[in-house]
Write a protein that binds this ligand. Structure first.
Ligand SMILES: [Zn+2]
Length: 272
């Protein structure tokens, strides 16, 4: 069987070696994991998740009287935090998820993207996605790379006007650096082709599948004094969430055209 997320990670490791604009990305702090997504339903092919953002400023939810604008009630103070993800010996700063089998099949490639790679075989659209997600990683500071406007001020958008052209330039740079074809071979197959060639497709996923580490809300204790916001305070009803993840939370999952199933535990084996 082919481990798809491992192959993507190996490819990413080679890309950051060969593409100078991505050379500051530390792939040892990047975890690639699989999510489920059918090829014939809309949705992302891949997503870049930052798990190294510092906690937010304290805040609360509030309700106002429509007529007077006065605060009628508010929630407890809370902050939002990134989960802690530790794999192997180190901390993970970014996770990149790939949806299987949707990513392998890429049935909804835009005309623009096709035009950008008209000189290349169609599977290069998948390499574009891999480079695109790597380009979202900001090696300078925690978070998704911020795009600067032409005047140098940060934009709130994560895809600036030159983002897609930058990615295409990096893809071309990588391809012309004479990479080992064995690293790219898996991108050439669609999901059915991979299954036929390798006898199955597996990938690293979280034990909590389909959920995965995400930012969460934590009530501040003790609550700050806020005499100016004198109104009834409601307790936050928060779901219980896992906030720390290690190898023990990772499993190998086998993916099929319409479903997936957990295969074997990836972490330490446990007594029955
Ligand atoms: Zn993007």
């Amino acid at each position: 069987m082919i481990n798809y997320t491992e192959r993507v990670w190996q490819l990413m490791s080679d890309i950051v070696e060969r593409v100078p604009a991505l050379s500051d990305v530390d792939v040892n702090r990047v975890l690639v994991f699989a999510r489920a997504g059918r090829a014939d339903t809309p949705g992302p092919y891949a997503t870049c998740h930052c798990v190294s953002l510092p906690p937010s400023e304290p805040g609360y939810y509030y309700w106002r009287d429509r007529a007077t604008g006065a605060l009628t009630r508010r929630s407890e103070w809370f902050i939002t935090r990134s989960p802690v993800v530790h794999v192997g010996t180190g901390a993970i700063d970014f996770m990149v998820s790939f949806t299987l089998p949707r990513f392998c099949d890429q049935r909804r490639v835009s005309a623009r993207k096709r035009a950008r790679y008209s000189e290349h075989p169609t599977w290069v659209a998948k390499l574009d996605t891999v480079v695109h997600e790597l380009y979202h990683i900001d090696p300078e500071r925690p978070g998704i790379r911020r795009i600067e406007r032409a005047d140098g001020t940060p934009s709130t958008r994560s895809h600036g006007p030159s983002f897609f052209e930058d990615v295409a330039a990096m893809v071309n740079q990588y391809l012309s650096s004479n990479p080992d074809p064995a690293l790219l071979e898996f991108l050439q197959y669609d999901f059915a082709g991979l299954t036929a060639r390798y006898g199955g497709v597996v990938g690293t996923a979280f034990r909590t599948f389909p959920s995965y580490p995400q930012r969460y809300i934590e009530v501040l204790t003790p609550q700050p004094e806020a005499p100016s916001h004198d109104c009834p305070v409601e307790a936050l009803k928060l779901p219980r969430v896992v906030t720390h993840f290690t190898d023990d939370d990772l499993v190998t999952r086998e993916f099929f055209a319409e479903t997936s199933r957990s295969q074997v535990r990836k972490g330490r084996s446990r007594a029955a």
